[in-house]
Ligand binder design. Structure first.
Ligand code: HEM
Ligand code: NAG
Length: 508
């Protein structure tokens, strides 16, 4: 037998050391205290990445929680915790920083607020946009309320127009048209947004184009590749028609009278532009010229708001339409109609907020099918204790952690959690409602909670009140609906009919 030379001895020794060290780490990882979602997770992240790439992670992680409990391990350095006190509080109220997953939202070479990781920088950016999204602004802006009422009339006309050719309607196109029209009007101002309600075939064309541009970007976001590679492959989408809206908004700001006229709301665009300007020019916003970099920041920010607002609204509206149209749930259409009839068609956001049945239906839809259903990743920047009482895990720094609405919303706090049951929000005791609210996580929590919540809720409530005041819907043989897939968990069109329902006019 040949003797080993020195080099071979050293190599063998090095390999043995690596194996022993890795083995030691694997055996002694503090994350071993969590339950493994799959037998391989202590060794490799392959299992969870595969779930992500195939767009099944939200459901797969949920299934693991159902089997194993609130603290589940997804990879060598990754945990999913679905508990209020042992998860949401330390992770999201504890302001653990975001991961680079959110770089998916970068465009025009700039990060929008949602992707900013540094806390100070995030705070600064938030100041440029928070006010127009405040509840009091969305709720009490008279001009915006009037515009929303006008758009609601257009929504009814769009449905009537479709009914002329068939009683089976692809509602997804109608919802897309509504979400684009209302969100872009609010963000860019009267006449600057994109009104698709008057032409639903155009809405379908824009929707298909939009998903073609957006989908590769979202897929690349879940691939386990470094951000720099993503920038290099150029997957950052810059969506033309959103940019054109911004150009129209700029023209409108330029030509606007110095005093804001009474009949227009302050668009997010003009507010942001004004807030970015130096103090001296704040009095005269039209005169301000933004630099190329500032323009890129505005474009990146507002493109993200458009995508955030549209995708979530259509997911919620699609889920709601589908739920209400199932035979066993259709009684809720009647209760809703009776309630909505009590307020005028020109009802404001404030009036809609007073309608218990409407709000219970919206809340229950967002609970069962949260538009952002999957994990919202953060990374521990210091050691933290995570997990429910009696099962705390000492999590060191550098571990990816997340919670997900899909699982929180199916906690035992919600009786028979898989059932669509709006009455749980109407008839439960105040204590029970409080407890359910603590677990309700459709808009996230902490400083990174959704900034567009009130605009989103207002758009959804208006559409639902408007449609079921006037129309009745039911499922047909062809109804297809796929919900809550993946990290991004968007309901993407699955070829052909997406949510085609039988629609009938019942009101005047
Ligand atoms: C039903 C409608 C909506 C739902 C369910 C929803 C959900 C969410 C969730 C869960 C987050 C937190 C993400 C995280 O921490 O990982 C978020 C953040 C955000 N949302 Fe929404 N959203 C909705 C509507 C909107 C609308 C209408 C807009 C704007 C027009 C918007 C803009 C944003 C922005 C900018 C952030 C980032 C906030 C930050 O990082 O400070 N969202 N949203
Ligand atoms: C609607 O949009 C389509 C393009 O998608 C266009 O060909 C058609 O002329 C438009 N119809 C109306 C009435 O504007």
């Amino acid at each position: 037998m040949a003797t080993l030379n020195l080099l071979e001895v050293v190599s063998l020794f090095a390999v043995a050391m690596v194996v022993v060290t890795l083995g030691w780490r694997i055996l002694n990882s503090p994350l071993n205290a969590a339950d493994d979602a799959h037998w391989s997770v202590r060794l490799t992240g392959a299992w969870i990445w595969w779930q992500r790439i195939t767009d099944k992670d939200a459901q797969a992680v949920h299934d693991a929680h159902v089997r194993l409990g609130p603290a589940v391990r997804l990879g060598p350095k990754e945990l999913s915790i679905n508990d209020v006190d042992g998860g949401l509080k330390p992770i999201y109220d504890g302001r653990l920083p975001k991961t680079d997953f959110y770089d998916v939202a970068n465009s025009y070479g700039e990060s929008p607020m949602v992707a900013i990781r540094d806390e100070k920088q995030h705070q600064m950016r938030k100041r440029l946009v928070a006010k127009p999204y405040a509840k009091s602004t969305v709720m009490h802006d008279q001009a915006w309320n009037t515009e929303q009422g006008r758009l609601a009339d257009e929504l009814v006309k769009a449905l009537d127009e479709q009914l002329k050719t068939s009683s089976d309607i692809e509602l997804y196109d109608i919802f897309y048209a509504w979400a684009v029209t209302t969100t872009s009007a609010y963000i860019f101002g009267a006449n600057a947004g994109l009104n698709l309600l008057g032409n639903i075939s155009e809405a379908r064309r824009v929707r298909e184009e939009y998903f073609t541009q957006r989908t590769p970007q979202f897929i690349s976001a879940v691939l386990p590749i470094p951000t720099i590679f993503r920038q290099w492959t150029g997957t950052q989408a810059e969506i033309q028609w959103i940019w054109q809206s911004q150009e129209r908004a700029e023209k409108a700001v330029q030509s606007a009278p110095k005093q804001t006229s009474e009949d227009r709301w302050t668009s997010v665009y003009s507010f942001m532009k004004k807030s970015m300007s130096p103090e001296t020019s704040k009095q005269d916003p039209p005169a301000v010229q933004l630099s190329a970099k500032e323009t890129a920041i505005v474009s990146s920010e507002l493109q993200d708001h458009m995508i955030a607002g549209i995708d979530t609204s259509i997911a919620a509206l699609g889920a709601c339409a589908w739920l209400l149209s199932i035979d066993s749930n259709r009684q809720w259409q009647h209760r809703l109609r009776e309630e909505v009839k009590q307020v005028p068609t020109t009802a404001s956001f404030a009036q809609l907020e007073q309608l218990p049945v409407l709000n219970a239906i919206v809340k229950e839809t967002l609970r069962l099918f949260p538009p952002v259903a999957g994990g919202q990743p953060r990374v521990t920047d210091k050691p933290v204790l995570l997990g429910p009482e009696g099962h705390r895990i000492h999590v060191p720094a550098g571990i990816k952690v997340h919670s997900q609405a899909l699982t929180l919303h199916r906690s035992e706090v919600f009786e028979r959690p898989d059932l669509f049951c709006p009455e749980r929000w109407l008839d439960s005791s105040p204590d029970r409602v409080n407890e359910m609210e603590r677990w309700f996580w459709a808009f996230g929590s902490g400083t990174r909670r959704c900034v567009g919540e009130h605009l989103g809720l207002s758009n959804i409530r208006f559409a639902i009140a408007t449609i079921w005041r006037t129309f009745e819907t039911r499922e047909t043989q062809k109804t297809k609906f796929t919900v809550g897939k993946g990290t991004i968990s968007m309901s993407l069109p699955n070829g052909g009919d997406f949510i085609r329902l039988r629609v009938e006019r019942v009101g005047s």
